[in-house]
Ligand binder design. Sequence first.
Ligand code: FMN
Length: 406
Amino acid sequence: MLTTIIYRSHICDNVSVKSLEEMVAGANQINSRANVTGILLFNGTHFFQLLEGPEENVMEIYRHICRDQRHYNVVELLYDYAPARRFGKAGMELFDLRQSEKEEVLQVVLDKGTSKYQLTYNDRALQFFRTFVEATEKENYFEIPAGDAWEFVPDDEVVQLGAPLKSTSTEYSFAFQPIIDPLTREIASVEALLRTPDGGGPQAYFAGMQGDEVYLADLHSKKVAFAMAGGLNLHEQALSVNLLPMTLVKIPEAVDVLLAGIATSGLVPEQIIVEFTEGEVISGFDAFTGAVRQLKAAGISVAIDHFGAGFAGLQLLTQFQPDRIKINRELIKDVHTSGPRQAVIQAIIKCCHSLEIAVSAVGVEKAEEWMWLESAGISQFQGHLFARPAFDQIPQVAWPEKKADL
Ligand SMILES: Cc1cc2nc3c(=O)[nH]c(=O)nc-3n(C[C@H](O)[C@H](O)[C@H](O)COP(=O)(O)O)c2cc1C
């Protein structure tokens, strides 16, 4: 199927324009053989390229391009299908934007177009060309250094936050994972994650239960989490626990039980963040908002976990504004290479900023993901890059340290 990929990237310092011309000559031959068109724009700093042709061939060439050491921060902007080529002639052509006026360049590129309709109507590919030539999106290009620009150095101090803790339940325990601000080197909060003895999550634990048993077990487990967290030397740090929204609905005295557990463990309600997952909130929304009112009245903060993974997305925020949202791993994965993910995350950040909702990113595994998200304005992170959940204790945090030669 005729496939189009558009990406942008940043040229490496050591690449001369002369060597680019040689690269284009070689690429022209490869593209022609593969029946692929490559229209390449260059503005002195950034490349912008449209590749179109048979899907397999476009993908293969794009894979090579992504690995090319002459550029970095390759961000895929568009992956789409079309009925006909926009640029009929297979091969490769370079347009240096510095050599002509913006309008002229765009016209020269459009004149290369061979599809009667594609370039005339509101074609997304054409809009991307226009945006790049006019440089209207430039403030959203976050130039991040290579992933190995930072080292992640485990910190012994964190372990002293608490001695190993013991669960009061024989059926489950809690693993603890910090949510950190990597640049100020602070642990903002610690999340208690329910684990069965063989490492299963809450779903595995609740699986065999019937009816309201699930909600009673959910509520009871929070008392265990509070008791264990009471043994940690939490100071300014908050404690996050997960709760099923229906637990608050089905058990009328649930908030009182939570407050009693918090007090017995030497914690204060203002220190507690209750996290709900987006999908669960939506399925019983009215009952949920009623129950949340009680939590807020008691001083407990509310977060929406796995934001972006449910069905509601931004619409949820028109109905209910939590204190914090945690952006889901699915959105964060390889955000540094994906234009659509970047656009969606930026929209979430902007929206939350307007509503004074704090945003954190969950499931961060790669240094590049973290660097991009920091550049976009997120400062709190949770993920294996910094610390894996640790059974019955707070794990060491691997703090980022910039390598000396950078
Ligand atoms: C900005 C940029 C655009 C490129 N465009 C193409 C292209 O359209 N087609 C192509 O075959 N190679 C292109 N290349 C070169 C490839 O990355 C790669 O060098 C080439 O496919 C040869 O593959 P190899 O170096 O793995 O042997 C481009 C490189 C850069 C830096």
